[in-house]
Structure formats: C-alpha cells, structure tokens
Design a protein. Structure first.
Length: 210
C-alpha cells in the first residue's frame, strides 16, 4: 500500500534542497536520500525533476499568496465620507511581511522563487497572481487619490515585484541588506510616497480677485 505522506515528504525535501543548493545544484538522488526512499519511488510520483520543482515552488508560494492579496472588494466601495485606509501603506506592509518571512528562512540564500526562475525557463504563475494583487491595490490607491491617475498600475506593480526580487538577489550576493533598504526607501518614500486621501487634504484657499 502506498504511503500517502511520501509525496509530500519529497516536495518538502526538494524545497529544502532547492533553497540551499539551487535547482541545478540538486539531483533527484539528493532528494530521495534526504527522504530515505529509493529513486524508483520518486518516479512513482513525479515524471521529472522540473515538475517536482514546480511543486516545490507552489509549496513556497502558498506563503506569499497569503501576503500579496488584493484589497477587500468592499474597500473603496462605501459612499461614506470616512477616510479610506491607505493602500500604499497596505502594499508596503505586504512587502515588509514578505521580508519577515525571508528573515525567518536563511536570508543569505535569497528568495527561492527568484533563485529557481534564474535557473529555469519556467515562469511560475505565482508571479502573475502577486502582480495582479499589487496592481488592484494601486488602482484603489488611485481612487483614493494616493497615486496619480497618469501612472499605469499594472506597470507599477510589475516594477515593484521585479525590484523586490532583484533586491533579494543582490542581498544574497552581497550578504548585505543595503539593496532591500534601497527598495523600501526608493519605492515607498520616493516613487509611491503616500499622500493623505482626498477627504483629508486641506483645500487650497482661493485668492481674492483684486
């Protein structure tokens, strides 16, 4: 009888090995040795290492899916005059939460998603989900008056995600947090510096005609 937990153990072992040694630096034998099963057992569950790699990414992405979430559909829909919560602050807190996750892992190893995609031609669908979530928040930020209407939210979201993964890669290579510090400073304190919602801004007094 097949052990129903073996497949999950193989995925978790792959996650650990890919994170520490990279996709190309990990063999199927390395993974089955870590689990303690013969190589034939691996192929009972996975046709190739690449398919296992995608499963390992999904394992990793489950955490990020809970971080980069779109705004609540009810946000911004109310007609009340109460100030709407800052979406820029919300996006920043999402990246801060993602950084805390990296710190709980071996931060010197960078991001598993970025590491894997740098070695593989497969682009995980997770990227598209996270970009879409950030883009939706930016669109609501435009409704709230925090982001100029002239900006394209999809382009901004792609930039933020690209800059984020690039910063994690630089942090891994340099063993310094300077790149990630620059990401937060330039992205949120400069490019997307949060402004108070329209309802909280003071109206500019009109000059009296002479």
């Amino acid at each position: 009888m097949t052990n129903t937990g073996t497949r999950e153990k193989i995925i978790e072992a792959a996650y650990v090995r890919f994170y520490e040694f990279g996709y190309n630096g990990t063999s199927v034998q390395d993974i089955v040795d870590l689990v303690g099963v013969p190589k034939g057992t691996f192929y009972n569950y996975f046709k190739s290492k690449e398919l296992l790699g995608l499963e390992a990414l999904d394992f990793y992405a489950c955490v990020a899916d809970k971080v980069f979430t779109p705004p609540n559909v009810l946000e911004g829909a109310s007609k009340s005059r109460k100030p709407q919560p800052s979406q820029i602050a919300r996006i920043r807190s999402q990246f801060e939460e993602a950084l805390h996750f990296q710190e709980r892992q071996k931060i010197s190893l960078g991001c598993l998603m970025g590491n894997f995609t740098a070695e593989s031609s497969a682009l995980p669908q997770s990227f598209k989900r996270w970009i879409a979530g950030v883009s939706d928040s930016l669109k609501l930020a435009q409704v709230n008056g925090e982001v100029a209407q002239s900006h394209d939210p999809d382009s901004l979201a792609r930039y933020l995600m690209a800059a984020w993964f690039g910063s994690l890669l630089l942090m891994k290579n340099s063993q310094s947090t300077a790149a990630i510090d620059d990401f937060f400073s330039l992205s949120f304190d400069t490019l997307l510096k949060s402004e108070p919602p329209m309802s909280k801004r003071k109206a500019t007094p009109r000059r009296k005609k002479k």
